[in-house]
Design a binder for this molecule. Sequence first.
Ligand SMILES: Cc1ncc(COP(=O)(O)O)c(C=O)c1O
Length: 447
Amino acid sequence: MTDHSAGLPQRRHLVTEIPGPASRELLARRESAVARGVSNMLPVFVTDAGGGVIVDADGNSLIDFGSGIAVVSVGNAAPRVAARVAEQVARFTHTCFMVTPYEGYVAVAEELNKRTPGDHAKRTALFNSGAEAVENAVKIARHATGRQAIVAFDHAYHGRTNLTMALTAKNMPYKDKFGPFAGEIYRMPMAYPLRWPGGPAACEAEALNTFKNLVHAQVGEHNVAAVIIEPIQGEGGFVVPPSGFLPGLAAFCQDNGIVFIADEIQTGFCRTGDWFAVDHEGVVPDMVTTAKGIAGGLPLAGVTGRAEIMDSVHAGGLGGTYGGNPVACAAALGSIETMVDLELTARARRIGEIMLPRLHKLAAAYPVIADVRGRGAMLAIELCRPGTLDPDPATTTAVSAACHRAGLVTLTCGTFGNVIRFLPPLVIGEDLLNEGLSILEDAFAAL
Ligand SMILES: Cc1ncc(COP(=O)(O)O)c(C=O)c1O
Protein backbone atom coordinates (compact mmCIF):
# COMPACT_ATOMS: atom_id res chain seq x y z
CA MET A 1 0.00 0.00 0.00
CA THR A 2 1.08 3.59 -0.50
CA ASP A 3 3.43 5.06 2.08
CA HIS A 4 1.55 7.66 4.15
CA SER A 5 4.09 7.65 6.94
CA ALA A 6 5.80 10.99 6.34
CA GLY A 7 8.97 9.06 5.44
CA LEU A 8 9.47 6.97 8.58
CA PRO A 9 10.64 3.39 7.76
CA GLN A 10 7.63 1.11 8.18
CA ARG A 11 9.26 -1.72 10.08
CA ARG A 12 9.54 -3.14 13.57
CA HIS A 13 13.10 -2.86 14.78
CA LEU A 14 14.24 -3.39 18.37
CA VAL A 15 17.71 -2.30 19.43
CA THR A 16 17.23 -2.45 23.24
CA GLU A 17 14.88 -4.10 25.70
CA ILE A 18 11.52 -2.33 26.07
CA PRO A 19 11.66 0.18 27.69
CA GLY A 20 15.33 0.85 26.91
CA PRO A 21 17.85 2.90 28.93
CA ALA A 22 16.95 6.29 27.41
CA SER A 23 13.24 5.71 28.13
CA ARG A 24 14.01 4.50 31.64
CA GLU A 25 15.99 7.66 32.32
CA LEU A 26 13.09 9.79 31.10
CA LEU A 27 10.71 7.68 33.17
CA ALA A 28 12.70 8.53 36.30
CA ARG A 29 12.38 12.24 35.45
CA ARG A 30 8.70 11.76 34.71
CA GLU A 31 8.15 10.11 38.08
CA SER A 32 9.57 13.06 39.97
CA ALA A 33 7.82 15.70 37.83
CA VAL A 34 4.46 14.34 36.65
CA ALA A 35 1.47 13.47 38.83
CA ARG A 36 1.13 9.74 39.51
CA GLY A 37 -2.57 9.81 38.67
CA VAL A 38 -1.69 10.27 34.99
CA SER A 39 -0.56 6.75 34.14
CA ASN A 40 1.34 5.21 31.20
CA MET A 41 0.40 1.91 29.60
CA LEU A 42 3.80 1.44 27.91
CA PRO A 43 6.54 3.81 29.10
CA VAL A 44 8.63 4.15 25.96
CA PHE A 45 9.26 7.83 25.27
CA VAL A 46 8.35 8.71 21.71
CA THR A 47 10.55 10.74 19.39
CA ASP A 48 8.84 10.08 16.04
CA ALA A 49 5.74 8.32 14.77
CA GLY A 50 4.08 7.84 11.41
CA GLY A 51 2.06 5.31 9.40
CA GLY A 52 1.96 2.18 11.55
CA VAL A 53 5.07 2.72 13.70
CA ILE A 54 6.20 4.55 16.82
CA VAL A 55 9.92 5.25 17.34
CA ASP A 56 11.28 5.69 20.87
CA ALA A 57 14.19 7.53 22.48
CA ASP A 58 16.37 4.40 22.24
CA GLY A 59 15.79 4.05 18.51
CA ASN A 60 13.32 1.16 18.81
CA SER A 61 10.59 1.10 16.17
CA LEU A 62 7.36 -0.43 17.47
CA ILE A 63 4.22 -1.49 15.62
CA ASP A 64 1.26 0.65 16.66
CA PHE A 65 -2.01 -1.19 17.40
CA GLY A 66 -3.33 1.68 19.53
CA SER A 67 -3.34 4.92 17.48
CA GLY A 68 -3.02 6.91 20.70
CA ILE A 69 -6.42 5.44 21.70
CA ALA A 70 -8.18 5.65 18.33
CA VAL A 71 -6.93 9.14 17.52
CA VAL A 72 -4.36 8.97 14.72
CA SER A 73 -6.52 6.99 12.31
CA VAL A 74 -4.87 8.88 9.43
CA GLY A 75 -1.44 8.06 10.88
CA ASN A 76 0.81 10.16 13.06
CA ALA A 77 2.07 13.42 11.53
CA ALA A 78 -0.06 12.57 8.48
CA PRO A 79 1.30 14.65 5.59
CA ARG A 80 -1.89 16.65 4.94
CA VAL A 81 -2.49 17.25 8.63
CA ALA A 82 1.11 18.40 9.13
CA ALA A 83 1.00 20.67 6.06
CA ARG A 84 -2.28 22.35 7.00
CA VAL A 85 -1.18 22.79 10.61
CA ALA A 86 2.16 24.31 9.52
CA GLU A 87 0.39 26.72 7.21
CA GLN A 88 -2.17 27.73 9.83
CA VAL A 89 0.30 28.08 12.67
CA ALA A 90 2.34 30.53 10.59
CA ARG A 91 -0.72 32.66 9.84
CA PHE A 92 -2.48 32.90 13.22
CA THR A 93 -2.82 30.55 16.17
CA HIS A 94 -5.78 31.93 18.10
CA THR A 95 -8.33 34.69 18.12
CA CYS A 96 -11.08 32.90 20.08
CA PHE A 97 -13.96 32.07 17.75
CA MET A 98 -16.35 33.82 20.15
CA VAL A 99 -14.39 37.09 19.71
CA THR A 100 -13.41 37.22 16.04
CA PRO A 101 -14.34 34.16 13.95
CA TYR A 102 -12.43 32.43 11.14
CA GLU A 103 -13.33 30.15 8.24
CA GLY A 104 -11.70 26.92 9.49
CA TYR A 105 -14.23 26.54 12.32
CA VAL A 106 -17.14 27.00 9.90
CA ALA A 107 -15.61 24.55 7.41
CA VAL A 108 -15.24 21.86 10.10
CA ALA A 109 -18.85 22.45 11.21
CA GLU A 110 -19.98 22.08 7.58
CA GLU A 111 -18.04 18.81 7.26
CA LEU A 112 -19.59 17.45 10.45
CA ASN A 113 -23.08 18.51 9.39
CA LYS A 114 -22.57 16.80 6.04
CA ARG A 115 -20.96 13.58 7.24
CA THR A 116 -22.91 12.73 10.42
CA PRO A 117 -26.00 10.57 9.78
CA GLY A 118 -29.28 12.09 8.54
CA ASP A 119 -30.07 14.73 5.94
CA HIS A 120 -31.99 17.03 8.32
CA ALA A 121 -30.78 20.58 9.07
CA LYS A 122 -27.89 20.45 11.57
CA ARG A 123 -25.69 22.74 13.60
CA THR A 124 -22.31 22.05 15.18
CA ALA A 125 -20.38 23.52 18.11
CA LEU A 126 -16.68 22.74 18.61
CA PHE A 127 -14.81 22.02 21.82
CA ASN A 128 -11.41 20.70 22.96
CA SER A 129 -11.95 17.20 24.33
CA GLY A 130 -14.39 14.35 24.18
CA ALA A 131 -15.53 14.90 27.74
CA GLU A 132 -16.24 18.54 26.98
CA ALA A 133 -18.31 17.53 23.94
CA VAL A 134 -20.34 15.11 26.05
CA GLU A 135 -20.87 17.75 28.76
CA ASN A 136 -22.17 20.16 26.15
CA ALA A 137 -24.39 17.59 24.48
CA VAL A 138 -26.05 17.03 27.87
CA LYS A 139 -26.36 20.78 28.47
CA ILE A 140 -28.01 21.29 25.09
CA ALA A 141 -30.36 18.31 25.44
CA ARG A 142 -31.53 19.57 28.84
CA HIS A 143 -32.00 23.08 27.54
CA ALA A 144 -33.90 21.95 24.45
CA THR A 145 -36.26 19.58 26.28
CA GLY A 146 -36.65 21.39 29.59
CA ARG A 147 -36.06 17.98 31.23
CA GLN A 148 -33.22 16.86 33.49
CA ALA A 149 -32.75 13.09 33.52
CA ILE A 150 -29.95 11.56 31.44
CA VAL A 151 -29.90 7.82 30.80
CA ALA A 152 -26.57 6.03 30.30
CA PHE A 153 -25.51 2.38 30.30
CA ASP A 154 -23.48 -0.18 32.21
CA HIS A 155 -19.86 -0.32 30.96
CA ALA A 156 -20.18 3.19 29.49
CA TYR A 157 -17.23 5.54 29.28
CA HIS A 158 -17.89 9.20 28.53
CA GLY A 159 -14.94 10.99 30.18
CA ARG A 160 -13.34 12.15 33.41
CA THR A 161 -14.88 15.56 34.16
CA ASN A 162 -17.47 15.74 36.92
CA LEU A 163 -20.56 15.22 34.77
CA THR A 164 -18.88 12.68 32.49
CA MET A 165 -17.54 10.73 35.49
CA ALA A 166 -21.15 10.41 36.57
CA LEU A 167 -21.99 9.02 33.11
CA THR A 168 -18.98 6.68 33.10
CA ALA A 169 -19.73 3.31 34.69
CA LYS A 170 -16.42 1.96 35.97
CA ASN A 171 -15.32 2.93 39.47
CA MET A 172 -11.59 2.12 39.47
CA PRO A 173 -9.65 4.04 38.27
CA TYR A 174 -12.05 6.63 36.86
CA LYS A 175 -14.36 7.50 39.77
CA ASP A 176 -12.97 6.12 43.00
CA LYS A 177 -13.13 8.79 45.73
CA PHE A 178 -13.72 11.58 43.19
CA GLY A 179 -17.37 12.14 44.14
CA PRO A 180 -19.85 13.62 44.73
CA PHE A 181 -20.97 13.23 41.15
CA ALA A 182 -23.48 15.18 39.08
CA GLY A 183 -27.11 14.26 39.68
CA GLU A 184 -30.01 13.06 37.53
CA ILE A 185 -27.99 10.32 35.83
CA TYR A 186 -29.68 6.90 35.49
CA ARG A 187 -27.88 3.74 34.43
CA MET A 188 -29.43 0.91 32.46
CA PRO A 189 -28.16 -2.61 31.65
CA MET A 190 -26.12 -2.72 28.45
CA ALA A 191 -26.98 -5.18 25.68
CA TYR A 192 -23.73 -7.14 26.13
CA PRO A 193 -24.27 -10.40 24.24
CA LEU A 194 -21.47 -12.42 25.91
CA ARG A 195 -22.67 -11.54 29.41
CA TRP A 196 -26.43 -11.21 28.92
CA PRO A 197 -28.09 -13.53 31.49
CA GLY A 198 -30.54 -14.94 28.92
CA GLY A 199 -27.73 -15.58 26.39
CA PRO A 200 -26.71 -13.75 23.20
CA ALA A 201 -29.77 -14.81 21.18
CA ALA A 202 -32.16 -13.24 23.69
CA CYS A 203 -29.99 -10.19 24.32
CA GLU A 204 -31.49 -7.69 21.89
CA ALA A 205 -35.17 -8.20 22.76
CA GLU A 206 -34.62 -8.63 26.49
CA ALA A 207 -32.21 -5.69 26.84
CA LEU A 208 -34.58 -3.38 24.98
CA ASN A 209 -37.51 -4.54 27.06
CA THR A 210 -35.60 -4.15 30.32
CA PHE A 211 -34.49 -0.69 29.26
CA LYS A 212 -38.05 0.44 28.49
CA ASN A 213 -39.46 -1.03 31.69
CA LEU A 214 -36.77 0.52 33.89
CA VAL A 215 -37.03 3.96 32.27
CA HIS A 216 -40.78 3.84 32.76
CA ALA A 217 -40.70 2.56 36.34
CA GLN A 218 -37.65 4.39 37.73
CA VAL A 219 -37.39 7.65 35.78
CA GLY A 220 -40.54 8.35 33.76
CA GLU A 221 -40.16 8.87 30.02
CA HIS A 222 -41.37 12.47 30.27
CA ASN A 223 -38.48 13.31 32.63
CA VAL A 224 -35.75 12.07 30.30
CA ALA A 225 -33.82 14.73 28.40
CA ALA A 226 -31.42 12.35 26.66
CA VAL A 227 -30.27 8.79 26.25
CA ILE A 228 -26.52 8.60 25.58
CA ILE A 229 -24.75 5.52 24.26
CA GLU A 230 -21.52 4.56 22.54
CA PRO A 231 -22.62 2.56 19.46
CA ILE A 232 -19.70 0.23 20.21
CA GLN A 233 -18.51 0.75 23.76
CA GLY A 234 -14.86 1.79 24.04
CA GLU A 235 -13.13 1.72 27.42
CA GLY A 236 -15.88 -0.57 28.75
CA GLY A 237 -14.63 -3.42 26.57
CA PHE A 238 -15.53 -2.91 22.90
CA VAL A 239 -19.01 -4.22 23.58
CA VAL A 240 -21.01 -4.48 20.36
CA PRO A 241 -24.76 -4.44 21.01
CA PRO A 242 -26.77 -6.95 18.96
CA SER A 243 -28.31 -5.60 15.78
CA GLY A 244 -31.68 -4.03 16.44
CA PHE A 245 -30.75 -2.64 19.86
CA LEU A 246 -29.59 0.79 18.69
CA PRO A 247 -32.51 1.24 16.24
CA GLY A 248 -34.85 0.19 19.08
CA LEU A 249 -33.39 2.81 21.40
CA ALA A 250 -33.59 5.49 18.70
CA ALA A 251 -37.26 4.67 18.05
CA PHE A 252 -38.07 4.75 21.77
CA CYS A 253 -36.42 8.18 22.07
CA GLN A 254 -38.31 9.50 19.08
CA ASP A 255 -41.64 8.24 20.46
CA ASN A 256 -41.00 9.95 23.78
CA GLY A 257 -39.46 13.28 22.80
CA ILE A 258 -36.06 12.21 24.16
CA VAL A 259 -32.80 13.36 22.55
CA PHE A 260 -30.86 10.33 21.33
CA ILE A 261 -27.12 11.04 21.64
CA ALA A 262 -24.61 8.76 19.92
CA ASP A 263 -21.21 9.17 21.56
CA GLU A 264 -19.02 8.48 18.52
CA ILE A 265 -15.88 9.84 20.13
CA GLN A 266 -14.03 6.52 19.81
CA THR A 267 -16.05 4.90 17.00
CA GLY A 268 -16.35 7.86 14.62
CA PHE A 269 -14.35 8.94 11.59
CA CYS A 270 -13.98 5.69 9.64
CA ARG A 271 -12.79 3.56 12.56
CA THR A 272 -15.48 0.87 12.27
CA GLY A 273 -15.63 0.80 8.47
CA ASP A 274 -18.27 3.52 8.17
CA TRP A 275 -17.91 7.24 8.81
CA PHE A 276 -19.87 6.66 12.02
CA ALA A 277 -20.66 3.38 13.75
CA VAL A 278 -24.42 4.05 13.78
CA ASP A 279 -24.33 4.15 9.95
CA HIS A 280 -23.99 0.35 10.07
CA GLU A 281 -27.68 0.01 10.99
CA GLY A 282 -28.89 3.25 9.43
CA VAL A 283 -29.56 4.84 12.82
CA VAL A 284 -29.97 8.62 12.76
CA PRO A 285 -29.20 10.11 16.19
CA ASP A 286 -30.50 13.54 17.24
CA MET A 287 -27.02 14.45 18.38
CA VAL A 288 -23.54 13.04 17.76
CA THR A 289 -20.44 13.72 19.86
CA THR A 290 -17.07 13.46 18.12
CA ALA A 291 -13.39 13.89 19.07
CA LYS A 292 -10.34 11.58 18.84
CA GLY A 293 -10.10 10.63 15.11
CA ILE A 294 -11.43 13.99 13.95
CA ALA A 295 -8.16 15.94 13.82
CA GLY A 296 -5.21 13.55 13.43
CA GLY A 297 -4.01 14.10 17.00
CA LEU A 298 -4.79 17.75 17.67
CA PRO A 299 -7.31 18.47 20.42
CA LEU A 300 -10.70 19.03 18.87
CA ALA A 301 -14.23 17.79 19.61
CA GLY A 302 -17.68 18.45 18.26
CA VAL A 303 -21.35 18.29 19.09
CA THR A 304 -23.50 18.02 15.98
CA GLY A 305 -27.27 17.89 16.24
CA ARG A 306 -30.64 18.75 14.81
CA ALA A 307 -30.76 22.48 14.11
CA GLU A 308 -33.80 23.05 16.31
CA ILE A 309 -32.19 21.29 19.29
CA MET A 310 -28.80 22.97 18.92
CA ASP A 311 -30.29 26.41 18.26
CA SER A 312 -32.57 26.22 21.29
CA VAL A 313 -29.62 27.54 23.30
CA HIS A 314 -29.33 31.33 23.67
CA ALA A 315 -26.30 33.17 22.26
CA GLY A 316 -23.37 32.91 24.68
CA GLY A 317 -24.71 29.70 26.29
CA LEU A 318 -22.08 27.53 24.60
CA GLY A 319 -18.38 27.94 23.91
CA GLY A 320 -15.01 28.17 25.59
CA THR A 321 -11.74 30.03 25.03
CA TYR A 322 -10.05 27.41 22.88
CA GLY A 323 -13.01 25.46 21.41
CA GLY A 324 -12.48 25.06 17.67
CA ASN A 325 -8.94 26.45 17.79
CA PRO A 326 -7.80 27.39 14.25
CA VAL A 327 -4.79 25.03 14.27
CA ALA A 328 -6.95 22.11 15.42
CA CYS A 329 -9.54 22.98 12.75
CA ALA A 330 -6.82 23.02 10.06
CA ALA A 331 -5.73 19.59 11.29
CA ALA A 332 -9.33 18.32 11.10
CA LEU A 333 -9.70 19.51 7.51
CA GLY A 334 -6.42 17.76 6.59
CA SER A 335 -7.55 14.66 8.41
CA ILE A 336 -10.99 14.53 6.74
CA GLU A 337 -9.40 15.14 3.33
CA THR A 338 -7.06 12.19 3.99
CA MET A 339 -9.98 9.96 5.00
CA VAL A 340 -11.84 10.79 1.79
CA ASP A 341 -8.87 10.52 -0.58
CA LEU A 342 -7.48 7.30 0.88
CA GLU A 343 -10.98 5.82 1.35
CA LEU A 344 -10.24 4.98 4.95
CA THR A 345 -13.66 3.45 5.56
CA ALA A 346 -12.68 0.73 3.08
CA ARG A 347 -9.24 0.46 4.72
CA ALA A 348 -10.89 -0.06 8.11
CA ARG A 349 -13.06 -2.83 6.68
CA ARG A 350 -10.00 -4.44 5.07
CA ILE A 351 -8.16 -4.36 8.40
CA GLY A 352 -11.12 -6.20 9.94
CA GLU A 353 -11.04 -8.78 7.14
CA ILE A 354 -7.36 -9.45 7.81
CA MET A 355 -7.53 -9.46 11.59
CA LEU A 356 -10.79 -11.23 12.38
CA PRO A 357 -9.99 -14.65 10.89
CA ARG A 358 -6.65 -14.72 12.71
CA LEU A 359 -8.27 -13.65 15.99
CA HIS A 360 -10.96 -16.32 15.62
CA LYS A 361 -8.26 -18.94 14.92
CA LEU A 362 -6.45 -17.80 18.05
CA ALA A 363 -9.67 -18.11 20.07
CA ALA A 364 -10.16 -21.66 18.76
CA ALA A 365 -6.64 -22.56 19.90
CA TYR A 366 -6.72 -20.82 23.30
CA PRO A 367 -9.94 -21.31 25.31
CA VAL A 368 -8.91 -18.39 27.55
CA ILE A 369 -10.27 -16.20 24.73
CA ALA A 370 -14.01 -16.12 25.44
CA ASP A 371 -15.01 -13.68 22.73
CA VAL A 372 -13.73 -11.99 19.58
CA ARG A 373 -15.69 -8.89 18.67
CA GLY A 374 -15.75 -5.47 17.07
CA ARG A 375 -16.07 -4.05 13.60
CA GLY A 376 -13.65 -2.72 11.00
CA ALA A 377 -10.46 -1.59 12.72
CA MET A 378 -12.01 -1.55 16.21
CA LEU A 379 -11.54 -5.12 17.41
CA ALA A 380 -11.00 -6.89 20.72
CA ILE A 381 -10.64 -10.20 22.48
CA GLU A 382 -12.11 -10.85 25.93
CA LEU A 383 -10.22 -13.23 28.22
CA CYS A 384 -11.95 -15.43 30.80
CA ARG A 385 -11.00 -18.52 32.74
CA PRO A 386 -11.64 -21.35 30.25
CA GLY A 387 -15.21 -22.62 30.21
CA THR A 388 -16.48 -19.76 32.40
CA LEU A 389 -17.26 -16.06 32.14
CA ASP A 390 -14.92 -15.28 35.06
CA PRO A 391 -12.72 -12.43 33.82
CA ASP A 392 -9.00 -13.19 33.55
CA PRO A 393 -7.25 -9.81 33.92
CA ALA A 394 -3.94 -11.49 34.91
CA THR A 395 -3.58 -13.32 31.59
CA THR A 396 -4.76 -10.19 29.77
CA THR A 397 -1.98 -8.15 31.36
CA ALA A 398 0.59 -10.91 30.73
CA VAL A 399 -0.27 -11.16 27.01
CA SER A 400 -0.25 -7.41 26.60
CA ALA A 401 3.11 -7.10 28.39
CA ALA A 402 4.60 -9.81 26.16
CA CYS A 403 3.40 -7.87 23.09
CA HIS A 404 5.03 -4.72 24.44
CA ARG A 405 8.35 -6.48 25.03
CA ALA A 406 8.25 -7.72 21.44
CA GLY A 407 7.61 -4.24 20.05
CA LEU A 408 3.84 -4.23 19.56
CA VAL A 409 1.82 -1.45 21.19
CA THR A 410 -1.42 -2.99 22.46
CA LEU A 411 -4.04 -1.52 24.80
CA THR A 412 -6.24 -3.23 27.34
CA CYS A 413 -9.71 -2.16 28.44
CA GLY A 414 -12.96 -3.51 29.86
CA THR A 415 -14.87 -3.08 33.09
CA PHE A 416 -13.06 -6.16 34.39
CA GLY A 417 -9.67 -5.33 32.83
CA ASN A 418 -9.80 -8.49 30.71
CA VAL A 419 -10.05 -7.16 27.16
CA ILE A 420 -7.21 -6.55 24.70
CA ARG A 421 -8.28 -4.04 22.06
CA PHE A 422 -6.84 -3.40 18.64
CA LEU A 423 -7.01 0.07 17.08
CA PRO A 424 -4.31 0.23 14.40
CA PRO A 425 -3.93 3.42 12.37
CA LEU A 426 -6.08 2.94 9.27
CA VAL A 427 -3.05 3.65 7.06
CA ILE A 428 -0.96 0.80 8.53
CA GLY A 429 0.67 -1.46 5.95
CA GLU A 430 -0.61 -5.02 5.71
CA ASP A 431 2.85 -6.48 6.41
CA LEU A 432 2.99 -4.64 9.72
CA LEU A 433 -0.57 -5.63 10.53
CA ASN A 434 0.22 -9.30 9.96
CA GLU A 435 3.50 -9.04 11.88
CA GLY A 436 1.64 -7.52 14.82
CA LEU A 437 -0.83 -10.42 14.77
CA SER A 438 2.05 -12.90 14.75
CA ILE A 439 3.48 -11.21 17.84
CA LEU A 440 0.10 -11.59 19.53
CA GLU A 441 -0.02 -15.28 18.58
CA ASP A 442 3.49 -15.78 19.97
CA ALA A 443 2.42 -14.12 23.22
CA PHE A 444 -0.39 -16.68 23.64
CA ALA A 445 1.92 -19.54 22.66
CA ALA A 446 4.36 -18.49 25.39
CA LEU A 447 1.74 -18.42 28.18
C1 LIG B 1 -16.73 7.09 23.88
C2 LIG B 1 -15.91 8.13 24.56
N1 LIG B 1 -16.50 9.24 25.04
C3 LIG B 1 -15.81 10.22 25.65
C4 LIG B 1 -14.45 10.10 25.83
C5 LIG B 1 -13.69 11.21 26.52
O1 LIG B 1 -12.85 11.84 25.60
P1 LIG B 1 -11.60 12.72 26.11
O2 LIG B 1 -10.61 11.78 26.68
O3 LIG B 1 -11.13 13.42 24.86
O4 LIG B 1 -12.15 13.68 27.11
C6 LIG B 1 -13.78 8.96 25.36
C7 LIG B 1 -12.33 8.79 25.58
O5 LIG B 1 -11.80 7.72 25.59
C8 LIG B 1 -14.54 7.95 24.72
O6 LIG B 1 -13.95 6.84 24.25
